[in-house]
Design a protein around this ligand. Sequence first.
Ligand SMILES: [Zn+2]
Length: 453
Amino acid sequence: MSAVATELRINGDRLARRLADLAEIGPIEGGGSARLALTDADRDGRNLVVSWMEDLDLRVDVDGIGNVVGTWPADRFDPPVLTGSHIDTVATGGRFDGNLGVLAGLEVLETIIESGVQIEHPVAVGFFTNEEGSRFAPDMLGSLVFAGGLPLEEALDTVAIDGAILGDELAHIGYVGGMPCPARPPRAFVELHIEQGPVLESEGVTIGVVTGVQGISWQELTVTGQSNHAGTTPMGMRHDAGHVAAAIVVAVRRLTSEIPGLVGTVGRMDLHPDLVNVVAARARLTVDLRHPDDDTLATAEAQLANRVEELAHAEGVSVVRRVLARFEPVTFDPTVVDLVEDVAHRHGLAVRRMASGAGHDAQMLARVCPAGMIFVPSVGGISHNPAEYTAPADLTAGADVLLQILLHLANPTAAAADDAFLRKSRPASGPDLRRNGGAGSERDAGAPKESGS
Ligand SMILES: [Zn+2]
């Protein structure tokens, strides 16, 4: 056996079985799951995964925002090599988004434990609270608090779209833990996730080496006009909030055609009083803008704000803007990125470097430790949909890559001695796991901000 057990492989059937069992909690038509953050379904999903952690004799720690980390060996308290993701879903969730990263992590730990292979540093698998953000904004809230980007007290006061308070809901499901947050940084963090886009499948590539995550801007716009009779109010005398909201939707789409690489979405909109024969007095809508370059994202935000102002002026309505989330683009640790690529090559898998279009917990962990991600293909690029699907061979391939990366990071001495693991061009000293610089200055960058216009 080589120093880092490079021939070790995970049990793909066991992984598939756990994915199927977890998907049975909060089941929805079409084979997906609905486990919105901190609902009873989320609690039941958490309880199942925690029971699996306990079956493996992991030490299960829960922090003040409900993040859960299972560590092996249980009596090791030095910083672990951490993997994981989330098990909350959107209302129309598939069975792989997030769940794969958590259950593959569990499978990797079980494989390591069963094999009896020695490790220098502890290994751990975790799941983070409210990654999806469809019930509480911002998304990736649990990992943001874990990494010190948002104070715990502020996070606990977050109000859900259904009016519930996050802290109350966390207590209700029994997941207020004693582990402090922000947490002590792990030694490294690696997350396996489905791509949620069409690139890998269309190119016939099995492993996406994720180099970073694009910047994300979420805002809510509240347009206030005047309700009036739909039949008697002349068109020129209206202050129609619904009309302005619709024009904003069009402006967002136009902006994406003007700024290369920009994606923009209005995913939520409601009108008040929401009646067939009444001009809308109020419209509330959300805008999601993303771009890999932060300056370009800021330009897009500014241009949209200008257009919103013009539209509001022309219709005689007011618009109030509230920032729901603003995350800068993230670049993953080059050592981890290279390692993902190396291991995938060694497994004979087709590999491609790519940026992530979606936000992930790994981008929060990147603030405090060397972090990276592995993508596996999503059939048809479909996600946030019960039809979300990744072939069993790809699930296994991704989990096997994750296993080798965890073994490598948890065994730096053995890995450095294992020539086979090192690229010919790399110095024989093994990976340099220096901490990301400047984490402190970025700490507040992700915190939600209120803004008056
Ligand atoms: Zn996810």
